[in-house]
Design a protein around this ligand. Structure first.
Ligand code: C2G
Length: 130
């Protein structure tokens, strides 16, 4: 029973998110997603269109996702890895190298991002087409 975890804002869910969730799940049997709270998004300098509860609801409806937990600060990952018995931590390649210290506690995997899509691109494109 391999347990995988990944983190993110996951606003305006798109195929880039689906790709990383599907591939993260392929590394194990159970995928936990730490979804950023609205307060943590403010710390990350992100302003999500959907509030936390909606982003959580949408993620819970995705077939690859087994559990959704709040991500409220940068420093919670080690405790999450221990508390949830995580074997593998997965992030997109834009984070390559940023979480290597977690390798003391679990396997760390960075997967290539899906090119050409992002929540901010969606917002910009919609604005341009108004
Ligand atoms: N992602 C991807 N391809 C895209 C867009 C996003 O693979 N075209 C991946 C990101 O690499 C990340 C995940 O989808 O692994 C979620 O992306 P965001 O919602 O943008 O999350 P982010 O703001 O990077 O927050 O502690 C970690 C942070 O919470 C990550």
């Amino acid at each position: 029973m391999k347990r995988v975890i990944t983190y993110g804002t996951f606003d305006l869910i798109h195929h880039g998110h689906i790709n990383i969730l599907r591939r993260a799940k392929e590394y194990g049997d159970y995928l936990i997603v730490g979804v950023s709270t609205d307060e943590f998004n403010a710390i990350k300098g992100k302003n999500a269109y959907y509030p936390y509860e909606e982003r959580k609801l949408i993620l819970e409806a995705i077939r690859y996702v087994d559990e959704v937990i709040p991500e409220s600060d940068w420093g919670q990952k080690v405790k999450d890895i221990k508390d949830y018995n995580v074997d593998i931590f997965v992030m997109g390649s834009d984070w390559e190298g940023k979480f290597d210290e977690l390798a003391e506690h679990c396997e760390v995997v960075y997967l290539p991002r899906t090119e050409g899509i992002s929540s901010s691109k969606i917002k910009e494109d919609l604005k341009d087409n108004e």
